[in-house]
Structure formats: C-alpha cells, structure tokens
Design a protein around this ligand. Structure first.
Ligand code: CP
Length: 306
C-alpha cells in the first residue's frame, strides 16, 4: 500500500488513508532520528532539489535534514542568488533544473498554484513547501502528527486555529487535513482576517477567543503576516494582542489544559505571549522536531513508489 498520488500538492482532497499512512510512517522515522546514527540509505541515488522562491527557516532546513538523513543527494536553490533575479521564469528555472536529471522537487513560492503548475510541466515528484496563501501540506501534517502524538487521536479533537486566517496557507492545510481525520475545527480572529465563506469548509467561526476556550483541546496560533500587510486589517498590534493574543492569564481563565501549537516564526507578545510560547503547554519545538520525521515519511513514500 502506497500513496494515491505522485505528488504532495495540498491536503484538500488527500484521502484519509494517505494521511494515516504518512503519519504512521513518520512514527518509525521519529524513532530513527532519535538514534545516535540518524541516517538510513533509503533514498541513496535520488537527487532532490529544494526550490525556494520565498524565505524560510523551518521548512527548508527541515526538508534538507530529512533528505540528507534518507541519504539523497541534495541541491538547494535560492531565488535571490539565481537567474530568477535576471528575470528567468518559474517554468524555465524548473525545466533547466530538471534537465540535470533530478528526481524530486520541494517548492516554496509566493504564488498560489505554483506547485500544481510545476507538477504539470516536469516529470519529477513535486512537494509543496508553501504556495502563496493556498496550502502548506507538510506543515498541516506535522501539526496533525504532533496533536496525534499528544492526544493519541485526531477524531473528535477540538482544534481552534487563531489569528490571521485570511493570509494563512497553514490554516487551509490544517482545516482540510483535520476535517478529513474527523477532528472538530474552529477558527477565531477578527472579521477582517477571516476569508469570506470560510464556514463552507466545515469550520465553526468565532470572533471572541474567550468564547471558544472552554471547549477547545488545542489552539494552533498563527502569525500575523506583516509581509502580506496583515497589519492593515486591524487598528494596532496592541489591540490585536488584547482581543486575540494567547496569554497565560487567558488560558488560566479557561479552566482546562489547552495545548498550544504555532507554525513559526512567532511574533512574541503579539499573537502569543512569550511565557506561553516557552511554557509547559507549548508543543512548538516538538512541532519542529516532528517536522523532520513527517518530511522523511513524505519523501520516502513518494521516492520509493513503483
Ligand atoms: N512554518 C514555516 O513554514 O516556517 P518557515 O517559513 O520558517 O519555513
């Protein structure tokens, strides 16, 4: 039994069995990366290109580490130091790189649909490392892995995604994935940062954080995306923090243990107070660790398909 697709472009429409297989496979890889010798020969002889047109800390390093731990040959491509700065298109860049006989591409790009586009024009397996405001499937998978590891299940779990939903590819991938796995999903944020018609994705919508906290098991707190001008959607960061900031005081008032996730990078004391980010309820660094195992699972499952 393998994955039903040659690519991982998003979690919208990804079957439950595929998600289950990736999460179960990641359990074995997490065990491997905690051994003294963390490398396995699984993808020896395969060449993987990390094609990053947008900045990244976690996703790029995590993919690179996952690729190297699977013994693949790795080529890192940064748009800022490439011929993209001379006007070369995504299509020409990808075709030229593919001509060097590569097997897989991880792509991050500011345009929604860029990973789908690449999958149509090149033969290599394509993994979406974040495309504009559309999807970030491996982030959704590592968030689900982290929740499943903590709670032992996803079915019936109440997860609320908080903050800048409008600009968030992480929110979309989490909603699609969690709904497929049977979780209860809500979103909470100012009306101006809520995509129109989001209810149609099967989520509950809240505009007051204190209303959702009494029933929630986990909060996935999103970054305010200043680079996408999210700061223009509410009066001030101070006001955002007052109404939607996840603080220790607010969590204490909820009267139940609430697990905290954040995909990073964090705007400390804007969407999440520093004491909560670093506190016992936070699984933020576990997310980062699990990201390597989940990405190893995705690369292994795609790279060993017959
Ligand atoms: N979570 C995430 O995508 O972080 P980076 O932008 O650092 O990759």
């Amino acid at each position: 039994m393998g994955l039903s697709s040659r690519h991982l472009l998003g979690l919208q429409g990804t079957p439950r069995e595929d998600i289950q297989l990736i999460l179960d496979t990641a359990v074995s890889f997490k065990e491997i990366i905690n051994r003294p010798i963390k490398k396995v020969p699984t993808l020896q002889g395969k060449t993987i290109v990390n094609l990053f047109f947008e900045n990244s800390t976690r996703t790029r390093t995590s993919f690179e580490l996952a690729e190297r731990r699977l013994s693949a040959d790795v080529l890192n491509f940064a748009a800022s130091t490439s011929s993209v700065s001379k006007g070369e298109t995504l299509k020409d860049t990808a075709r030229n790189i593919e001509a060097m006989k590569i097997d897989m591409v991880v792509v991050r790009h500011g345009a929604a649909g860029s990973a789908h586009f690449l999958s149509r024009i090149i033969d290599a397996n394509v993994i979406n490392g974040g495309d504009g405001q559309h999807e970030h499937p491996t982030q959704g998978l590592l968030d689900m892995y982290t929740l499943r590891e903590k709670f032992g299940r996803l079915e019936g779990l109440h997860v609320c995604i908080v903050g800048d939903i409008l600009h968030s590819r992480v929110a979309r991938s989490n909603i699609y994935g969690l709904k497929t796995m049977g979780a209860r999903v809500s979103v909470c944020g100012p009306a101006t940062l809520m995509p129109r018609g989001i209810e149609r994705m099967g989520v509950e919508v809240y505009h007051h954080l204190d209303d959702v906290l009494p029933t929630v098991d986990a909060l996935n707190v999103l970054r305010i995306q200043m680079e996408r001008e999210a700061g223009g959607y509410f009066p001030s960061l101070r006001e955002f923090h007052r109404y939607f900031g996840v603080t220790k005081e607010r969590l204490d008032r909820a009267g139940r243990p609430i697990t905290i996730l954040h995909p990073g990078p964090i705007n400390r004391d804007v969407e999440l107070s520093a004491d909560v980010a670093d506190g016992p309820q936070s699984l933020i660094l576990e997310q980062v660790q699990n990201g390597v195992a989940v990405r190893m699972a995705v690369l292994y499952l795609l790279g060993t398909q017959s």
